[in-house]
Structures are given as C-alpha cells and as structure tokens.
Design a protein around this ligand. Sequence first.
Ligand code: NAD
Length: 331
Amino acid sequence: MSVKDSLFVPVGEPIEKTSNRVTVVGTGAVGMATVVSLLMQGITNDVVLIDVMEDKLKGELMDLQHGALFLKNPKISASKDYADSAGSKVCIITAGARQQEGESRLDLVQRNTDILKHIVPPLVQYSPDTILMIVSNPCDILTYVAWKLSGLPVNRVFGSGTNLDTSRFRFLISQRLGCSSSSVHGWIIGEHGDTSVPVWSGVNVAGVRLKDIQPKMGTDDDPEGWKKLHADVINAAYEIIKLKGYTNWAIGLSAASLTNTILKNLHNVHAVSVLVQGHHGITEEVYLSLPAILGDTGVVSIVKQTLNPDEQASLQKSAKAMAAVQADLKL
Ligand code: NAD
C-alpha cells in the first residue's frame, strides 16, 4: 500500500473541474503580471498559461507553483496545446509583439493580427462559452480582429481598453488633490492610445464637478494646466518603456480587476473597448472604450455618458482613425 493509500480513507470523488478557469495567452511581462495579480488576489484559483515558448512556459509554471504555499492552493497549468485551456470562463490575450522605444501602438497592427489568427480560433474551439478579453496592442483594433475571428456574440469579446488609461488619469488627479484614486471619478474613453479622450466634463469628487469650480479645466487656457494630466496619461507607456523596457504591473492589475468583475458577476462599470457603432454618432464598425457594465455574460450594458460636443467630436475622429487602419488589414 502506498503512503497516500495508508494515509487517507477515500469518502467522495474529488472534482477537478472548476467554473472559474482563466486562460492567459502570452506569458511575457504583461501576461505574467496578469496571472500574478489574479492569483495573489484570489480572483481565481484555476489558471492556464499558453505560449509558444516551451521553456518559458515551464519556467514560469514551476516558479508560480513553488509559491503555492502563499496562495490559495491554485491549480496552475502551462501548455502550448489549446486543448488544455478547455472550459475557460475568461480567456485573456496578452500575446504578441510589444512596442519598441518610440513605436506607436498602431505600428504593431498587422504583426499582431497575424498572431491572433493562431490564437483565437483554437481558444474558442475549446472554450465555446468563453469571454475573450484582448490586452495586446493596438488593443481596440485587435479586439475588432478577435471578434471577427471568434464568431462570438458582441457581448463576449471586449478589450481592456482605457481601463488602464482611466486608472492612470485618476491616479494623477488624486496626486494633485491629495485624496485616493478611488475617490476621484473621471473617465478616459476612446482609443487606448494617442487619441484617447478625457471626459473633463464629468471629473468629480463626491459629486462636486471640478469643471464647476474651474470652467477652463482641461482647456489650453486653464491657469492650473490640468490638461497636461491627459498628455501624461498618453505619454505614460512611452515613458515607462523608455525607462524599463515595457509596462506590466498596472495593466496586469487592470486585467485582473476586469476578470474579477466577470467571474463574480459584480456589474461594476469599467472603461473597456466595445463595439461603438451607433453610440455618440459613430457610424463605423469599430471598437473603442466606453464605460460599460461587466458581468457573468461579459459586456452587459454600455453607459450613455453625457459628452460635450468637443468630446463627441474627438471620439468620432478616433473612430475614423480606427476604421482607416482596419480597412488595410488582412484578416
Ligand atoms: P512580451 O514580448 O514580454 O510577451 C509576449 C509573449 O507573447 C511572449 O511570451 C511570446 O512568446 C508570446 N507569443 C507570441 N506569439 C504567440 C503566439 N502565436 N501564441 C502564444 N503566445 C505567443 O510582451 P509584453 O510586454 O507582455 O506585451 C504583450 C502585449 O501587450 C503587447 O502587444 C503590448 O503592446 C501589450 N500591452 C497592452 C497594454 C494595454 O493596456 N492594453 C499594456 C501593456 C502592454
């Protein structure tokens, strides 16, 4: 008799299957920050890592498993084979080339579109009921590409979008005001990139709109220069990439927070990349970020945000820019 058989008297059959499996495709800087954020916060205890680099997969798996004592008995697996991701509730795509110093997110588009062609069909084949979250850049266009490649309904494919930009924005405002990010309400919508739109008209603390205190807030003649905060949000990735080569911690936390809302059906509102055709006068079939309620079925509703004419025009301009890039894509 083995030690195990001598030690235990079986009573019931253990169940291996869980309902909160999350697959993360891409075990680079972003993918691993996402996995660690998910595990350390106990958002799920069932994670599958997928990549094309076998040694990297094995190394990351071993390293994570050796931390099991400090986590919540997670079930972690790593594989090149999508069959191992079967039954995932959420699949997060972080695979692909990243920006080089000085390169814009849009420059990556065809390279990462080609990579998605190898990822999305097998993911959906093995997890037909999954919700797909796209993190790879350019996030909005790749979310559109993933939606097309997946054949999934529109509520089940979204991009992490400006959830990160919004977090950067709220942090920067909070630093000036001396209160926490979570107490500053404000949204960055539109492209996760250079044409994102800060909704200054809605920025508030405890319902007090900062624009009511300083009507010039966010404009060129604002005496306190708040507009610079949006420029800082746009430049954040470029600056961090210049300093450390890539960005990963904040995006990992952002993707984990979105996953938490879905797995726990929280109906929190997040700025995520959704199909925006028909919203705010946009006619193109493109994805951009708007505040949306997320839940068990993915994107549940899009908030009809009150935007001023300038904000609306900026969104429409982003939509046109996305459509122009999409028109040249080989899907
Ligand atoms: P990285 O180079 O560290 O990792 C990319 C990983 O993808 C590698 O491990 C690589 O082997 C894997 N990969 C490549 N092709 C693959 C395929 N066909 N199948 C499976 N895996 C594959 O890059 P990173 O820094 O982790 O960045 C990943 C992506 O995330 C980039 O596109 C980057 O621009 C993007 N990003 C997005 C945000 C956001 O807010 N949306 C923020 C930061 C980075």
